[in-house]
Design a protein around this ligand. Structure first.
Ligand code: FAD
Length: 466
């Protein structure tokens, strides 16, 4: 029997992080109200508040495991809805650091689905909890607090309907899951608190995405082709099988070298990648829509856990807490891990203490942040402090990627770390370390540019994207 810790928790934002927070709160609050600005669709559809949903959303292996834990049967339901699944290493092509990984069973499952479908299933499952109520078309405009502002006592909101007036939704706990544009830093300041320190890694990433119906066997039986950008070749792409026999192709470039949205330029960019698999796969494919772009200037981490003062009754989660370079595919999985961490606090049977929860959420973020921020710092043009450890790790990872070309055990160890299943230290196990040092090779030279495209540019030292 779960301990009920309060009458109502209010979650701001009804995307993945908000829904998963609501899922764990539903076991410990009499009512959980999710307040969402958008009108939520009845099924799997794009919506304004989640513009990134048009682009590839890889669910990391650990995210898939946690979703199955929080929402039992999640993977089976995704499969029943038509999501292709496969072994992460054996049924996908990984080309990272200029190396094509050798295949082999990883024991990890890749669930391939569009972002709207993932969100729709999570929303459907979370909405089914009797305690959960989702209020859509409601703008959160601020917090309600005690007179001395030491405690957040609710959320102020306005319904998106003519003649609406501001309402206060009282709450024992308010969880901000409004994403990257979260106003909590400004709202804290207005209440007399310091803003959290912000860490940023400016990667100047551009995504352009298009949906296809590919010819049968265009990528063999594989579920995905992943080509990562490297400092020598700052372009990449991900082609992923989806529900409804579609494939989604996201092309990407860092440090301002962005894929165009005109179809010819898009195709030429695909041909300029370091590996031909994606260009070959789409050559005879039928595009189902026009290319759409997304700009992602920087990974951003808010250090709320380091604030000396923070109001009671308030938490922050998901992208509002930390937004990762999406190339690493971490955001949804980290949101799921944060929900697990919050659940551990709720299960103690006492009202959660924000400073303690935020400290634990920071621990959840540490590893994925070190992977994403550390990986981005391998690009010499990206500004940021490179500790000796960062330099050594990046050099070693380069060798891991080289060794994965010949040795599937090393590829398996790598995808377990990048999938957030194993800690990065597992790549230093004696057996792996010895094989990496023995097997790794030097990076091959990048191929020539494709006709119609000037090829990847060495970017300028600073990005001016924002
Ligand atoms: C281009 C791109 C590609 C990505 N690819 C991947 C990937 O491959 N794998 C992966 O795991 N993650 C990926 N991510 C990250 C992923 O989208 C997020 O981490 C994930 O959606 C969780 O974010 P969130 O719920 O915290 O915030 P968001 O998804 O941004 O949602 C915030 C929600 O809050 C609502 N909201 C905002 N303000 C208000 C307000 N004032 N009142 C009420 N509601 C409000 C919005 O409408 C929205 O529903 C990608 C991100 C980007 C930008």
């Amino acid at each position: 029997m779960n301990t009920i810790l309060g009458d109502r928790a209010v979650v701001l934002g009804g995307s993945i992080a908000g829904l998963l927070a609501a899922r764990v709160l539903a076991d410990h609050y009499a009512e959980v109200v999710v307040v969402e600005r958008d009108e939520l669709p009845a099924g799997a559809a794009h919506r304004r508040g989640v513009p990134q949903g048009r682009h590839i959303h890889a669910l990391l292996a650990r995210g898939q495991q946690v979703l199955d834990e929080l929402l039992p049967g999640f993977t089976a339901e995704m499969v029943a809805r038509g999501a292709p699944v496969g072994d992460v290493l054996d049924e996908a092509r990984h080309c990272f650091g200029g190396h094509r990984f050798r295949r082999g069973p990883s024991g990890l499952i890749a669930v391939c689905a569009s972002r709207p479908m993932i969100e729709d299933l999570v929303r459907t499952r979370v909405r089914a909890f009797p305690a959960v109520r989702i209020l859509d078309r409601c703008d959160v405009v601020g917090f309600a607090t005690t007179a001395d502002a030491t405690r957040v006592t609710g959320a102020r909101m306005i319904r998106r309907a003519d003649g609406s007036a501001e309402e206060v939704l009282d709450a024992d706990l308010v969880v901000d899951a409004t994403g990257r544009g979260s106003r909590t830093p400004a709202r804290l300041e207005a209440l007399g608190y310091p803003r959290p320190r912000v860490e940023q890694v400016r990667i100047g990433l551009g995504y352009t995405t298009r949906t296809y119906r590919l010819t049968p066997g265009a990528i063999g039986g594989d579920r995905a082709v992943l080509i990562g950008p490297t400092p020598d070749h700052p372009r990449g792409g991900a082609l992923q099988a989806l529900e409804d026999d579609r494939h989604l192709l996201t092309l990407l470039g860092v440090l301002g070298d962005h894929p165009p949205t005109d179809p010819q330029g898009f195709d030429a960019f695909a041909r300029s990648l370091q590996f031909p698999d994606i260009a070959d796969a789409i050559r005879d494919g039928e595009p189902l829509d026009s290319p759409v772009a997304f700009r992602y200037p920087a990974s951003v981490r808010h250090r709320y856990e380091r604030l000396a003062r923070f109001p009671d009754g308030l938490l922050v989660t998901g992208d509002a807490l930390c937004s990762f370079n999406p190339v690493y595919g971490q955001g949804m999985s980290v949101a799921a891990l944060e929900a697990l961490a919050l659940r551990r606090h709720l299960e103690r049977g006492k009202k959660p203490r924000p400073t303690r929860v935020l400290r634990d959420l920071a621990r959840v973020i540490d590893v994925p942040w070190s992977i994403a921020a550390g990986g981005d710092l391998a690009f010499p043009e990206v500004e940021g402090h490179r500790s000796t450890q960062t330099r050594l790790v990046n050099r070693y990872i380069g060798r891991v990627l080289g060794a994965a070309e010949r040795n599937a055990e090393i590829g398996r160890a790598f995808v377990r770390v990048s999938g957030l299943v194993d800690p990065p230290s597992s790549l230093l196990r004696p057996r792996i370390l010895t094989q990496v040092l023995r097997t790794s090779r030097r990076r091959p030279a990048p191929p020539a540019s494709a006709p119609g495209d000037p090829g990847p540019t060495r970017p300028a030292r600073r990005t001016t994207d924002v």
